[in-house]
Ligand binder design. Structure first.
Ligand code: HEM
Length: 509
């Protein structure tokens, strides 16, 4: 039963009375708003709040929703998205101050959520020159391949036992292993699963679950992010969850980081070649030969790199496989392409990717139709400005709608249909989308810094899964239920399937 609230009802009946006009400033159009609180009373009772925001912006190129005294600008049109992030990139290069990102970044020390300024520039230099460089990417490619081999063994194990595989769990495990190995040089925090199988142990499960909880709270329209004076009341209960979850998340990293720092500071410890990203962070020096990064900066950046790596590839591949299992023609086409390029005597390797346009189109289509989150990471304007004839006040939060762009019927024909063929005429079929017709890695100063690794992981997962095994749904199940969870954009039910090796040599792998 729908519950009505007097304030919200008043707003919907008398918008003209409560919001006569916005001072002739020509803000983008939007719903009614009250003085001081704006539309906050309207979203207060809505759970999840993003669905209300998406609904208000539906079918419109641009919408302004006043939350507290913050103008949230929702953008559904690629042309307008480019006006913000390409033409006016430097103006919209900041990030909002939110309760959750304050916790996750230990006070905005890490690159993704730091507002525009010296801290962002410092961390950006570190990531661009020391993490995502040619040499490191070659090492990362090796790890991606090793973990893909481990994933095959994981599937083999379940296949031999004729057990159903929880693909969501497997894909998140794969992603977690890769980033743990890249940062810490180890894939497990504990001793592995109790049953001695090849899957995640309780520590890895707890670690990745914590990462996904943090991600779900990062930009979730928490009331106090728009009215900071309410933060002490923790009305949404988000702060309590964040505190607890960050404790769990950090308990796996902090001891390793502290121990490694002690080792590096020992006078007899000589390590001329940093082995992993943690070594890199600890060994960086400033112009005076002093450590460049503080322990808090290292801890914040390590945690954030984990968060940045685990979500997109696993979600994209789970949705792609779910859609593909419901459309055997797409599966057949993808497998024919891989068989043609790779054959049956070896596994897919990274060097095959340039020759697999259809496979890449499948990944691209999943990212378009099934983004990980409703909106891009918010961008904040640093000055009053005008965009496409609209006044955008300083401090506005620009939210490019991943749903509104990727499922926009003015941009995509039959947008809700999973159809990889629609991408085959692109100059370079792949996950990048600089024209912002959907959000993959975004663009400009705050665009994704880890795109090469993200692409490698996504292609490798999709290719190995489809090429190495024949997949079927558990008896009595099917087609796959493609509903979204109400409170997120994940599949409502994790994808479960059975695997059977389709390459003869895999039986002895
Ligand atoms: C398929 C995988 C991935 C996708 C789709 C993706 C997408 C994105 C998006 C949409 C943003 C926000 C851009 C904006 O604000 O306009 C972003 C930011 C970022 N991503 Fe990724 N990402 C992926 C993987 C990765 C990986 C593997 C890493 C690191 C190793 C990474 C590191 C970052 C960083 C550091 C930022 C923040 C940039 C800044 O604020 O300056 N991402 N990513």
């Amino acid at each position: 039963m729908a519950v009505t609230y007097p304030l919200a009802t008043a707003l919907s009946i008398f918008p003209g009375v409560l919001l006569p006009e916005r001072g002739g400033l020509h803000l983008p159009p939007g719903p009614a708003a009250l003085p001081i609180v704006g539309s906050l009373p309207m979203i207060f009772w809505k759970k999840p709040r993003f669905r209300w925001v998406l609904q208000k912006a539906k079918g419109k190129d641009i919408t302004c929703i006043l939350l507290g005294n913050v103008h949230a600008i929702i953008v559904n049109s690629p042309e307008l998205a480019c006006e913000f992030l390409k033409k006016n990139d430097s103006i919209f290069a900041s990030r909002p101050i939110t309760m959750a990102t304050e916790y996750s970044s230990r006070g905005f020390l890490s690159i993704s959520v730091a507002p525009w300024g010296d801290q962002w520039k410092k961390m950006c230099r570190v990531i661009a020159s020391e993490v995502i460089n040619h040499k490191r990417l070659q090492r990362m490619a090796k790890v991606v391949g090793e973990e893909a081999d481990n994933l095959i063994q994981y599937f083999q194990y379940y296949s031999e036992a004729r057990q159903v595989i929880d693909l969501r769990k497997a894909l998140r495990y794969y992603s977690g292993n890769i980033i743990r190995k890249i940062i810490f040089g180890c894939r497990h925090f504990g001793k592995g699963p109790k049953d001695g199988g090849p899957g995640p142990g309780p520590e890895e499960i707890e670690h990745i679950d914590a990462a996904f909880t943090v991600l779900s709270l990062a930009f979730s329209f928490c009331v106090s992010d728009f009215m900071p004076s309410l933060r002490i009341f923790d009305i949404d209960g988000h702060e309590r969850i964040m505190k607890k979850t960050m404790k769990v998340f950090n308990k796996y990293h902090d001891p390793i980081i502290e121990e490694r720092m002690r080792r590096w500071r020992r006078s007899d410890y000589v390590d001329d070649e940093p082995e992993d990203i943690l070594d890199v962070f600890i060994s960086l020096k400033d112009n005076e030969g002093k450590p460049l990064l503080t322990v808090e900066e290292i801890k914040a950046q390590v945690g954030e790199l984990i968060l940045a790596t685990v979500d997109n590839p696993s979600n994209t591949v789970e949705w792609a496989m779910a859609e593909i299992l419901n459309q055997p023609d797409i599966l057949r086409k993808a497998i024919e392409e891989i068989d043609h390029v790779v054959g049956h005597d070896r596994l897919v390797e990274e060097y095959d990717f340039p020759n697999l346009p259809y496979l890449k189109a499948c990944g691209r289509e999943a990212l378009r139709l099934h983004p990980i989150a409703p909106f891009n990471v918010p961008h904040v304007s640093t000055i009053d400005t005008t965009v496409a004839g609209f006044f955008i006040p300083k401090g506005s939060q620009v939210l490019l709608s991943r749903v509104g762009l990727g499922r926009n019927p003015k941009v995509w024909e039959d947008p809700m249909r999973f159809n990889p063929d629609r991408h085959l005429n692109e100059k370079n079929v792949g996950l990048t989308e600089p024209d912002l017709r959907f959000i993959s890695f975004s663009t400009g100063r705050r665009g994704c810094k880890g795109a090469p690794l993200g692409m490698m992981m996504t292609y490798m997962l999709l290719a190995r899964i489809m090429h190495s095994f024949t997949w079927s749904l558990p008896v009595g199940e099917g087609p796959v239920n493609l509903s979204e969870e109400e409170r997120s954009l994940f599949m409502a039910k994790p994808l479960h399937a059975l695997a059977k090796p389709r390459l003869a040599f895999l039986k002895h792998f």
